[in-house]
Design a protein around this ligand. Structure first.
Ligand code: OFO
Length: 170
């Protein structure tokens, strides 16, 4: 049984994970619109990952017998300045998710809720990978700058990403 404050904070995080999936779906739509099908596919895999993150939390809340509510998901942006801008916004988003998860971990620790703290550490570790991956993509895109062939090559590489449920590897 979770304390109400923790249950409510986890429901908000569940909402943020679904919001993340929606944000990446918007980014996928933008990339597709400008003809970068590899990037579009990469964001679609990211969308799937975020749904998996949300469902891991959903199952935890169910197992803890929390009465789950599903707050509204906000409209997602589908317009960006460029593909580099899109990936930069994705990184900024992940950095804010990392902050949320650190704050949630602090809350669980403060309440001596070890089960929730342990569950959250999976997300904290996952965030390190998410930020590192985005930083690598941004670095490569900065390197090629306005070189169309370079961007084409990066887009091809991004298109090779396949969805592997991250929660099944926990
Ligand atoms: Fe769920 O990690 Fe990204 O947002």
């Amino acid at each position: 049984m979770l304390k109400e404050e923790i249950a409510n904070a986890l429901i908000m995080q569940l909402n943020k994970e679904f919001q993340s999936s929606y944000i990446y779906l918007g980014m996928s739509a933008y990339a597709s619109k400008i003809g970068l099908n590899g990037s579009s596919s990469w964001f679609l895999v990211q969308y799937q990952e975020e749904v998996a993150h949300a469902m891991k939390l959903f199952k935890y809340l169910e197992n803890q017998e929390v009465a789950i509510s599903l707050p509204e998901i906000k409209k997602a942006n589908v317009e960006f300045k460029s593909i580099l801008d899109t990936f930069k916004k994705a990184l900024a988003h992940e950095e804010s998710m990392t902050n949320n998860l650190n704050e949630l971990s602090d809350l669980a620790m403060k309440n001596k809720d070890h089960a929730t703290y342990n569950m959250l550490q999976w997300y904290v570790t996952e965030q390190v990978e998410e930020e590192a991956t985005l930083n690598t993509i941004i670095d490569k895109m900065k390197l090629v700058g306005n070189d169309g062939y370079g961007l084409y090559a990066i887009d091809q590489e991004l298109g090779s990403r396949v969805f592997v449920d991250p929660t099944s590897q926990a």
